[in-house]
Write a protein that binds this ligand. Structure first.
Ligand code: ZN
Length: 132
């Protein structure tokens, strides 16, 4: 199986970025996300934001698609805004990736066109289970 390159993964995320509105109060697709699992399956997602504050990131959306197929290990992931800028994941998404599977601490996070880091670099202090 051919592995998807970072450039190709960025392109996949760009392909789903398309702002549209399903109502006056909801913005869909400001950000797009593409991820590949440890078995090289591709999952895509878009952000959804409602004016009342409810919504989620494109990474959440892609992860939700992934878990529908009982996949939990992310090999690499990228999020892209409407102008094509590669975005690092927010803190909530970093924690979500880790909690979905602790092995995702080694996930490659593409944070710029020519730069990627491990999740462990972006999340040096994980939220400890002892807090809940
Ligand atoms: Zn996020």
């Amino acid at each position: 199986m051919t592995q998807i390159t970072n450039k190709e993964l960025i392109q996949k995320a760009k392909e789903v970025v398309k702002l549209h509105k399903c109502s006056e109060d909801v913005r869909i697709g400001d950000v797009g996300c593409a991820l590949v699992t440890d078995d090289d399956k591709l999952y895509l997602g878009v952000s959804i934001h409602a004016c009342c504050g409810v919504g989620f990131c494109a990474e959440h959306s892609a992860i939700a698609s992934m878990v529908l197929e009982q996949k939990y290990k992310i090999k690499k992931i990228v999020a892209v805004s409407g102008d094509g800028t590669v975005l690092p994941p927010c803190g909530r998404c970093r924690e979500l990736m880790y909690e979905i599977n602790e092995e995702n601490y080694e996930t490659e996070i593409i944070i710029d066109n020519n730069k990627s880091v491990k999740l462990r670099d972006l999340l040096p202090e994980i939220w400890q289970k002892k807090f809940y």
